[in-house]
Ligand binder design. Structure first.
Ligand code: G
Ligand code: G
Ligand code: MN
Ligand code: NA
Length: 254
């Protein structure tokens, strides 16, 4: 309850910041993307993680403002990286169902792109399959419109949403992000091996790229590389980093 009041204040006082977790192209080891993850520097409680305040923001109706803050911050950061002539990596953002499903969402994206002057190709929205199902038909139009602008779409936490596979027929999905729960026990778990191989086969036949989440060791990395997964994310490569550290990792002469 207290935290809810603090959250309204935090939006006014601008107490948020972003960390960026690299996504690595498995074949080359290059950083090709980064996922923007929000953090709240609470004046008394210190650094708070999204699971401590995103659900609260959703229930208090503040999530659209929070996601709008993230979108502006991401666009500004990309603009700064472009000015510094860093490699043009893609930046992924998470959007809650209420954000993605709002009628004003598309316009707010266009506005953020225009204000920052960045290319839409640099952005990728992550949406969970449960959000897609909850939103229904409007989602299809939004995904299509984002895709038409050149923005990427990824299904986050793929395989965990108690959903059918029917939504994969929707146009505009560029990436499937294989949830960490399927990666943790690779390559020892025969079940997880079978499930992940099946997911990679679906993605491949639908012309989608794949990103495995939660890679923590070389055995998982090797398995996913040889199984044909496109990209990997996880502590094996890097945790979420402040912008300056990402810059150092991407600079040609560190
Ligand atoms: O930062 P951490 O790795 O703990 O992220 C946990 C989850 O929080 C992410 O997987 C994502 O779903 C969610 N999240 C992070 N940043 C944002 C954001 O800006 N907006 C929304 N809606 N969710 C976010
Ligand atoms: O899936 P979401 O978009 O909710 O995922 C990001 C979350 O996963 C964040 O909380 C992040 O800190 C966490 N995370 C990222 N990489 C790893 C990893 O390699 N291992 C574990 N255990 N958690 C990770
Ligand atoms: Mn995500
Ligand atoms: Na995820």
């Amino acid at each position: 309850l207290m935290l809810g009041a603090d959250l309204r204040q935090a939006l006014i006082r601008d107490e948020f910041h972003l960390v960026f977790q690299p996504s690595v192209e498995l074949r080359t080891g290059r950083i090709v993307a980064a996922e923007a993850l929000i953090r709240w520097r609470h004046p008394e409680r210190g650094e708070l993680m999204p699971d401590e305040f995103i659900p609260l923001a959703e229930s208090l109706g503040l999530i659209r403002r929070l996601d709008a803050w993230t979108m502006r911050a991401v666009c500004n950061q990309i603009h700064l990286w472009d000015q510094a002539k860093l490699p043009p990596i893609r930046v992924a953002l998470n959007a809650s169902a209420a954000t993605f499903g709002h009628p004003g969402f598309l316009d707010s994206v266009k506005q953020a792109l225009q204000a920052s002057g960045i290319s839409p190709k640099r952005l990728l929205f992550e949406i969970t399959e449960s959000a897609i199902l909850r939103l229904g038909e409007a989602t299809e139009q939004t995904m299509h419109a984002l895709h038409a602008l050149g923005i990427g779409i990824a299904i986050d936490d793929f395989g965990t949403g108690y959903s059918s596979l029917a939504y994969l027929k929707l146009s505009g999905i560029d990436y499937l992000k294989i949830d960490r729960s399927f990666v943790t026990d690779l390559p020892d778990s025969a079940n997880d091996v079978a499930i992940v191989e099946a997911m990679l086969a679906i993605a491949k036949s639908l012309g989608m790229c794949t990103i495995a989440e939660g890679i923590e060791n070389v055995a998982q990395h090797e398995f996913l590389l040889h199984a044909g997964c496109t990209e990997g994310q996880g502590y094996y490569y890097s945790r979420g980093l402040p912008p300056q550290e990402i810059e150092r990792m991407m600079s040609p002469n560190p």
